[in-house]
Design a protein around this ligand. Structure first.
Ligand code: SAM
Ligand code: SF4
Length: 354
């Protein structure tokens, strides 16, 4: 169950005593205390979803944030303006399912107009993309990542607890036609569920210029048990794919991208492997997350947060929110504690957006 201890893990900064915060210079982009440039904000627009994927939400006991707890559009835009002033350049809108957010098109248009924001991406289950892809592109959305865990409609329905695979394909086609390129597809690989499909999923890149990304299950609240038994390591996935297609060819690595990228010989598309558990990428981490209820979540797999919503609702100016964001960047931990057995306890993936 999520949301049981809403204050647990919140970094105890009192905005009512802003003089206790150091003042950060505003003429340089935010770097954390380890020298990493943090310029990528993943924004969860809602914790709600129209699917219930087995690795993301528990089957029972989900409780969702009441609407007044969520940042309004004006509050969100204030945070994004302050983040852009602190040097953030890239946004990813996620959830829950971000396409459930009302006024998504208008929100993207307003975000794209903020000076400093260079790129906006969306991570979606694509159930609502058939109709939304074109207006989202027109509003300024640059590209999409779409989750598709199985090519078998029955298994897809089981893994997502109700998802309709035909709608997802319609969404992928609409994204393609709208020019939301490059299209990236994501599959969380769960042993005993879809690990027998990795070759077919990888084969999509031999027909399309898409990047197909295989993601290891991470032990977030509500599904940690699944992660214990369900993780299929990247090494094992690569071995299975290479047994079918021959040696994979390493493809230019982007240091800010957690995916290790390869290509099947002769394929127009690429493969990506995201292995937070068996091969962490903390050294090149460039990101922070904003929860739908207005907390900066400093590391996906830790509980530490800084509460922006309290500051905003107490009347903070954009400059003050920028200082709080710069402070949060300073507090960002080096990396997750999974090797030492430290698990996140506060929030599920559906609140953090991946
Ligand atoms: N609803 C959208 C979707 O599914 O694409 C966006 C939100 S979802 C939480 C973002 C990403 O997190 C998806 O690619 C999803 O597969 C991934 N994800 C969810 N739970 C996960 C887990 N326990 N481990 C690894 N990835 C997970
Ligand atoms: Fe919903 Fe995305 Fe989580 Fe699946 S992974 S339940 S689509 S938020």
């Amino acid at each position: 169950m999520t949301n049981e201890h809403p204050m647990k893990g919140v970094v105890p900064i009192s905005f009512y005593e802003p003089q206790r915060l150091p003042h950060y210079p505003t003429d340089v982009p935010a770097h954390d205390s380890f020298g990493r440039r943090i310029d990528y904000l993943r924004v969860s627009l809602t914790d709600r979803c129209n699917m219930r994927c087995v690795y993301c939400m528990p089957a029972m006991g989900m409780r969702f944030q009441p609407r007044p707890e969520l940042l309004t559009n004006d509050e969100l835009l204030l945070v994004v303006r302050a983040a852009a002033a602190a040097g953030f350049r890239k946004l990813r809108l996620t959830g829950g399912e971000p396409t459930l957010r009302q006024d998504l098109v208008e929100l993207i248009r307003a975000m794209k107009a903020i000076p400093g924001i260079e790129q906006i991406a969306l991570t979606t289950n694509a159930l609502r993309l058939r109709r939304l892809a074109a207006p989202l592109k027109a509003a300024g959305l640059d590209r999409v990542n779409i989750s598709i865990d199985s090519l078998d409609p029955v298994k897809f329905r089981q893994m997502t607890r109700g998802g309709n695979l035909d709608e997802v394909w319609a969404g992928i086609r609409a994204a393609d036609e709208a020019g939301l390129h490059p299209i990236k597809l994501n599959a969380v690989v769960v042993r005993g569920m879809n690990d027998d499909e990795v070759v077919q999923l990888a084969a999509l890149t031999t027909q399309h210029p898409w990047e197909f990304r295989f993601i290891e299950v991470m032990p977030l609240t509500g599904v940690a048990g699944l992660a214990e038994e369900g993780v299929v390591s990247t090494a094992e996935l690569i071995a299975r794919i290479e047994a079918h297609f021959g040696p994979l060819i390493p493809y230019g690595q982007d240091p800010a991208d957690p995916a290790r990228r390869y290509r099947i010989q002769g394929a127009p598309g690429k493969l990506g492997f995201i292995s937070a558990v068996t091969d962490p990428f903390c050294a090149t981490c460039n990101r922070m997350r904003l929860t739908a209820d207005g907390r900066l979540h400093l590391c996906l797999l830790r509980d530490d947060e800084v509460d922006l919503r309290a500051a905003i609702r107490a009347g903070a100016t954009q400059a003050e929110v920028e200082q709080l964001i710069r402070h949060a960047v300073q507090l960002k931990p080096w990396g997750h504690g999974l090797p030492e057995g430290v698990l996140p306890t506060l929030r599920g993936m559906s609140e953090l957006g991946g």
